[in-house]
Design a protein around this ligand. Sequence first.
Ligand SMILES: [Zn+2]
Length: 123
Amino acid sequence: MQISYVLIDKLNALLALYPASVTRLCTTPYRNEAIVKGAQSSKHLTGEAVDLVFDQTSILLPAARYAVSLGFGGVEVDYNNLHLHLDIRSEPFWHEVRVAGKKYTLKNYLTKLEEESINSPRV
Ligand SMILES: [Zn+2]
């Protein structure tokens, strides 16, 4: 098992702007299946994924947007567990936000937030 250098380079670029704790990098098939209940095709099995937590929840979304610009093919903002999953999959890309039991594409979620801020009454 090896950790992808492409992942490390992108991760370093992200951490320079958004300091974080790395909670998971690579994993074994046993831990992935029996303990974490991760996907069978998890990029953590091939050293191509990382999970991060930030000091403040408000950093999740800006960090996710930056991760997309860095070329991470897999980006998942998980507001249930307050972590950011990043991986270097190739297309089709997967950019998702999980919040309050719902799933959105990152793009749709950002649009939703924008619409909500436009529609909310200003004081
Ligand atoms: Zn992950």
